[in-house]
Design a protein around this ligand. Sequence first.
Ligand code: ARG
Length: 285
Amino acid sequence: MSTTPHILMCPPDYFGIEYEINAWMKKDRQVDHPLAVKQWTALQQVLIEAGAKISLLEAVKGLPDLVFTANAALIYRKTAILSRFMHKQRQGEEEHDQAWLEANGFKIHKLPETISFEGAGDALFCGDTLLAGYRMRSDIKGYQDIGTLLGCRVTPLELVNPYYYHIDTCFCPLSVDTAIYFPGAFDEYGRKALTNLVPNLIEVNEEEARSFACNAVVVNKTVATNSGCPDLHKKLKENGFCPVGTPLGEFVKSGGSAKCLTLRLDGEEGAGWKYKSGVDANTQA
Ligand code: ARG
């Protein structure tokens, strides 16, 4: 079943470095705001050209990270498992994410208040498995509930490097059997789990991982990344994908890049459920 790729973005009207909640953010390394707007707009254009429909969440003053819509929720068919942000600085985003998703036909599921969970930033389907990062931003204890709710297998992966604090900074499914990853963000056990689960796992080198090469947006065969990832782009071409680089340096200052700026609403290319009939899954959750 194929649908028009549908992506939620939020313009960077109030984007800036107002606090420090990850290893990349430094308040004295401020964003060049006009440049951030230019970079965000160019990414949006790349995605439109790749065939995506873009919907917009309205920016809110005082919520500089709302621009990172990947963290709004985990989407499974028409269910949205809403994020519960670990840091209070981002918790104000939750009501805006919920309002938009509800108004656009998603059934909201909230995890218990004691659990942190940061949406598609930390949980990505590859085939029939949900690969889920924990320790830095999302709690491992929420993942069992999510697996039960969605009726899917969840493989939690511990994130061990503070620069790769969300799983989407170091892992990206490109299709149901192919993904890119940066080995240095996982421990040996995590690397083994990934190797066993994903038939075609493409390695990203450390220099390009630091340029957020793994934080890619996949739209059909197009893979949009920050600029400065030539080795990954070469490998993507060899694997039949069309890489596109677009500068996103202003967002890297906040610890984000292409993927973080998007939330795929109709299921990512790597999500096995997207290709199956939805009858019973839709009645779940
Ligand atoms: N400054 C944001 C934070 O630390 C960046 C979020 C990036 N999002 C992502 N999905 N990796 O929360």
